[in-house]
Design a protein around this ligand. Structure first.
Ligand code: F3S
Length: 106
């Protein structure tokens, strides 16, 4: 599967969802996740993300492996998103901030 990692938090650009052929993205208040039961590993979403938040599971950085389980967990309760929306208002400010897990809203 592919995994949305912390760069997405508080940015939520949503460019990724427009290209997904299986509609596997799920939307939370300030973060998106990929449903691992739906993702077919096509990888077309990877270059769409302006902050490079999406990676293949095997490429998840060592300090972000928690996002693998987090995507699976949150995908069970968050609704599907299939069309891009405006990014969050402060997206520029948060685009390159590290350690954003504490800001994740559920
Ligand atoms: Fe998040 Fe990037 Fe998609 S910021 S919503 S993974 S385009």
């Amino acid at each position: 599967t592919h995994v949305v990692t912390e760069q997405c938090i508080r940015c939520r650009y949503t460019d990724c969802v427009d290209v997904c052929p299986v509609d596997c993205f799920r939307a939370g208040p300030n973060f998106l996740v990929i449903d691992p039961d739906e993702c077919i590993d096509c990888a077309v979403c990877i270059p769409e993300c302006p902050v490079n938040a999406i990676v293949a599971e095997e490429d998840v950085p060592a300090d972000q492996t928690a996002y693998i389980a987090l995507n699976a967990e949150l995908a069970k309760s968050w609704p599907s998103i299939t069309r891009s929306e405006d990014p969050l208002a402060d997206h520029k400010q948060w685009a390159n901030v590290p350690d954003k897990l504490k800001y994740l809203e559920r």
